[in-house]
Design a protein around this ligand. Structure first.
Ligand code: CP
Length: 320
């Protein structure tokens, strides 16, 4: 991985969303992440790029991939990493998000990684604390590192992103992954389709420069990438699908539906996956699936993001 002082200074102090990043910013992060893959594939998976820096992971929602990959990413770069367990913290005694964040801020971390159920939580924190903030998923708003790792996976498999047809299928309404991916893929020149029943599409979706498709046959036709999303029941307030069986029949990815995409189409899923609901097991584990590559790229992207934000030429870590 190239030393920070040999790279141009990344122009942002926080990563709160894909919105606000230029195509150049995105490509820069993907290039850095490509270099980080090499570190993770070495027998000795350590670099000293972030030695002496402190990273706090503050997850108010459950996570397997994002939290563990942020932890590994920090450790591979030599940072001191603290995982704050919300379940055993004073949040349980009624402490607010801001008070919790200000308490941690007083311990002078260099970077705070936050996942929260409320849209805008990461942006709010960034206004209050003195360190860099990374949004690890805020409600149904954004999940920028997921979109970056998806883009890295696609770019490494296909060689480019511009001009590809990407079908994002499933619960678009409640998905921060869909929103961040639409923004990023559009910024890099892909053609984005969303495929979902009308109950799972946000009202303003047509304004996001996507083609809206109501059937998998239409949405997957000649697609280069098929990205499946789970039903996000934790964000649903009513009944959005009549039955899982019917949902799988119309929107679950199986061999017959995948046959409408290009023969070399990539099958992607951000996880967690519900087999037999949005994707058949033989497709999730099949030859076109790059789901495990996505997980590997997650560590590399998070290494790249933290290196870019904690550039020693920028005065981070000074709690105000
Ligand atoms: N894709 C994703 O955010 O997974 P986790 O919820 O396991 O972090």
């Amino acid at each position: 991985m190239t030393r920070s002082d040999e790279l141009p200074l990344y122009p942002h102090r926080h990563l709160l969303g894909i919105r606000g990043l230029s195509p150049h910013d995105i490509e820069d992060l993907l290039d850095r992440a490509d270099a980080a893959v090499a570190i993770s594939r070495q027998a000795e998976k350590k670099s000293a790029i972030l030695r002496g820096r402190t990273q706090i992971n503050l997850f108010f929602e459950a996570s397997t991939r994002t939290q563990s990959s942020f932890e590994l990413a920090g450790k591979r770069l030599g940072a001191d990493v603290m995982n704050m367990s919300v379940a055993s913290s004073s949040v349980k005694k009624g402490e607010t998000l801001i008070d919790t964040a200000m308490t941690l801020n007083a311990m002078r971390p260099d970077i705070l990684i936050i996942r929260h159920q409320s849209a805008g939580a990461a942006a709010l924190l960034a206004q209050k604390v003195g360190c860099s903030v990374v949004n690890a998923g805020d409600g149904a708003h954004e999940h920028p590192t997921q979109a970056l790792l998806d883009a890295l996976t696609i770019r490494r498999a296909k060689g480019h992103i511009g001009g590809l047809v990407v079908a994002i299928c499933g619960d678009i309404l409640h998905s921060r992954v869909a929103r961040s991916n639409i923004l990023l893929l559009n910024a890099l020149g892909a053609r984005v389709r969303v495929v979902a029943p009308s109950t799972l599409l946000p009202s303003g979706i047509a304004d996001m420069s996507v083609e809206v498709c109501r059937t998998m046959q239409e949405g997957l036709k000649d697609a280069d990438v098929v990205m499946m999303l789970r039903l996000q029941r934790e964000r649903m307030t009513g009944s959005f699908v009549s039955s899982v069986r019917e949902y799988f029949h119309y929107y679950g990815l199986d061999a017959a539906k995948l046959a409408h995409a290009k023969p070399d189409a990539l099958v992607m899923h951000p996880g967690p996956m519900n087999r037999g609901v949005e994707i058949a097991s033989e497709i999730a584990d099949g030859p076109q699936s790059v789901i495990q590559e996505q997980v590997e790229m997650g560590v590399a992207v998070r290494m790249a993001v933290m290196q870019a934000l904690m550039d020693p030429r920028r005065n981070t870590g000074a709690a105000q």
